[in-house]
Write a protein that binds this ligand. Structure first.
Ligand code: CA2
Length: 146
């Protein structure tokens, strides 16, 4: 089983700014903890970050036939990107939306996700553990689709 983790804009800054909102771990720390758990679960993981909407769209499109599940923290594009939503809808790979923070406890503009309706589920508010919960959810989703 192969899971593609995609991270959107500014997540490369994790651990450097706003630790009260996003925690002290860097994206590399999160990737390391995901890889450790994935190896226990015998899951293969690809972990990427981009600040570019089009690059995220390309990665989603090219995931067809390569990955069983996509885990997506689209960051600010969650609230704005019709292009990412359309790519998820088109690719037919179960996609799990994740967030470090609880987007429903934040500003009004973060409380709306354009991608949620085309994802199979959402995990929001558990800090870096959102990524590990999404890994577990990926295994569940992959088993239930067979
Ligand atoms: O809670 C999440 O995971 C978010 O996807 C993070 C996004 C935000 O736009 C979403 O509403 C919720 C922001 C990622 C930017 O991360 C930063 C990290 C350090 C300093 C500044 C931004």
């Amino acid at each position: 089983m192969k899971v593609l983790f995609l991270n959107g804009p500014n997540l490369n800054l994790l651990g450097q700014r706003e630790p009260e909102v996003y925690g002290r771990e860097t994206l590399a720390d999160i990737e390391a903890s995901v890889r450790k758990r994935a190896s226990d679960l015998k899951v293969k993981v690809d972990f990427r970050q981009s600040n570019l909407e089009g690059e995220l769209v390309d990665w989603i499109q090219h995931a067809r036939g390569q990955f069983d599940v996509i885990v997506l923290n689209a960051a600010a594009y969650t609230h704005t990107s019709v292009a990412i939503r359309d790519a998820i809808a088109a690719v037919s790979i179960p996609t799990i939306e994740i967030h470090l923070s609880n987007i429903y406890a934040r500003e009004k503009f973060r409380q709306r996700s354009l991608i949620a309706p085309v994802c199979c589920g959402q995990i929001s508010g558990f800090g870096q553990k959102s990524y590990l919960l999404a890994l577990e959810a990926s295994v569940y989703v992959n088993v239930s689709k067979k």
